[in-house]
Design a protein around this ligand. Structure first.
Ligand SMILES: Cc1ncc(C[n+]2csc(CCOP(=O)(O)OP(=O)(O)O)c2C)c(N)n1
Ligand code: SF4
Length: 279
């Protein structure tokens, strides 16, 4: 093959921006960034065809660290922004990313409705079971007895969400759990998630060594899910409930009609709406 016809090889590093991450040393979010860039390079997606939308939090900084289109949004509203983008630009590959606080506390309502709506996008929650950016408050995935927080001395006493179970109940059509200690496995999972038509949810177990140093032991507990991916929601529910939340793999995948409304003419729509309020 001569040089003129040789395919252009996009490398993972080509998807990184010039902005250097300011995450703490050892933060799991570095591996998520690497997994995303590896997945994009594997799929050879042109930069201008991809958008990464995030909320607010340490993990949500990720939008600034890639060279695809990005929007570092508002706390808990990444999925709403992404839905609007996907309505207007259905041709884009839309990735959405943020923390467990961003996606399951303030953004929890958007999360469940995004699952049932099934628009074609990939949502990555970097789950460190804590609010990292605001210095270590409990999140909806924090274990009830985690006591190293001044705001919740003795622990929250509240049972945490099981994100995969929540996504399944809410109607997500692709559910996976990965671990930042296995960035190649996470990248493969992201390739499958991006290729899946519909709402793909990927929970990335991503340790926060600063506020949850004990999570550095996760590498000893995480293991691959023994069973094959299922499309049966009852079986998936049983497996998720029987698991301790540390098994990784694509837990559930099912073909469900994708929701993709046309955006029509927004100006005409607003004018028609306003006319209803004329006195
Ligand atoms: C409307 C609003 N409420 C609260 C905050 C403060 N705040 C910023 S980040 C954050 C939580 C971050 O935790 P998480 O989403 O889990 O991300 P992490 O920092 O752990 O990656 C909070 C409460 C905010 N920025 N905006
Ligand atoms: S505080 Fe935790 S989540 Fe935030 S950058 Fe540091 S290690 Fe990562």
């Amino acid at each position: 093959m001569n040089q003129a016809s040789a395919p252009i090889q996009i490398k993972p590093k080509d998807y990184k921006s010039d902005i250097k991450p300011i995450w703490c040393p050892g933060c799991g979010d570095f591996a998520v960034l690497n997994a995303i860039t590896k997945a994009l390079a594997f799929l050879e997606l042109p930069h201008e065809d991809v958008a990464l939308i995030s909320g607010i939090g340490c993990s949500s900084r990720i939008a600034a660290y890639t060279s695809v289109y990005g929007f570092h949004g508002v706390h808990g509203r990444a999925l709403a922004l992404a839905a609007g983008l996907k309505v207007a630009r259905r041709d884009l590959t839309v990735l959405v990313a943020g923390g467990d606080g961003d996606g399951l506390s303030i953004g929890g309502n958007h999360f469940i409705h995004a699952c049932r709506r099934n628009m074609d996008m990939t949502y990555i929650i970097m789950d460190n079971e804590v609010y990292g950016m605001t210095k270590g408050q409990a999140s909806p995935t924090t274990p009830p007895d985690w006591a190293d927080s001044k705001l919740t001395p003795g622990g929250t006493g509240i049972r945490p969400f099981q994100p995969a179970g929540l996504a399944l109940t809410a109607g997500a059509s692709f559910i996976a759990r990965g671990f930042t200690g296995d960035p190649n496995g996470l990248a493969r999972m992201l390739v499958a998630a991006i290729e899946h038509p519909g709402f793909s949810f990927v929970q990335a177990l991503s340790p926060c060594p600063t506020f949850r140093p004990e999570q550095m032991k996760w590498k000893h507990h995480v293991r691959a899910f023994e069973e094959e991916t299922t499309s049966d929601p009852i079986l998936a529910t049983q497996r998720i409930q029987a698991d301790d939340g540390m098994s990784t793999g694509i837990l559930y995948q099912r073909d469900v009609p994708v929701f993709q409304p046309g955006h029509g003419s927004p100006v005409a729509a607003v004018a028609g709406f306003e006319s209803e309020f004329e006195i």
